[in-house]
Design a protein. Sequence first.
Length: 225
Amino acid sequence: MIRVENAVKLYGRAGANDAAVHALNGVSLRIAEGEFVAIMGPSGCGKSTLLHILGGLDTLTEGEAYLDHEPLHRLDEKGLTRLRRTKIGFVFQFFNLLPTLTVEENVRLPGLLQNLPASRLESRCAELLAAVGMEHRARHRLHQLSGGEMQRAALARALFMEPRVLLADEPTGNLDSEASAKVVNLFREIGERHRTTIVMVTHSRDVALAAHRLIEMRDGKITGK
């Protein structure tokens, strides 16, 4: 499902007074369909950069990256946008929900962007809110939710278009241990039920141990997988 070959991401350019920074420095990896992988490492090791490359949110300086056979390193912005809308779901540490909307309105957004019919929007939203245990919060706004509830709503939104790949950047970073466990268990259940490939960046070894495989990074390189 995911293949990365000799990936290099360079920020800045070497000059008389400046040195280029290698966020990724020769990274290669493969992730199978339906696999749940956690990526760990110290701040600045390149794990979030790698996730952004896989999600089409950033581009490589050198190397190749494929997602579901699509060559990310060759796609233009239009192609990357199409991929993000149809094959990738994102879950972020700070939820990225819109505070002016209700939970169900937030969850429906990806479908609205794809102009799905109203009946499909309603049925898919109800299905997902039930799956993440949030059907009783459908009409609530964000200020009425706990952090764990907001993350479950964000997960439902990420799954709306039935993505082949789910990318999560520190999804439990703002949650207590109980809420973290519930969110990670949801990830596992969704991956197993739908064969969704999940890549999760985390600082928590306890959270990482819930994944099928742990990839460790340091200084822009993979040190263990």
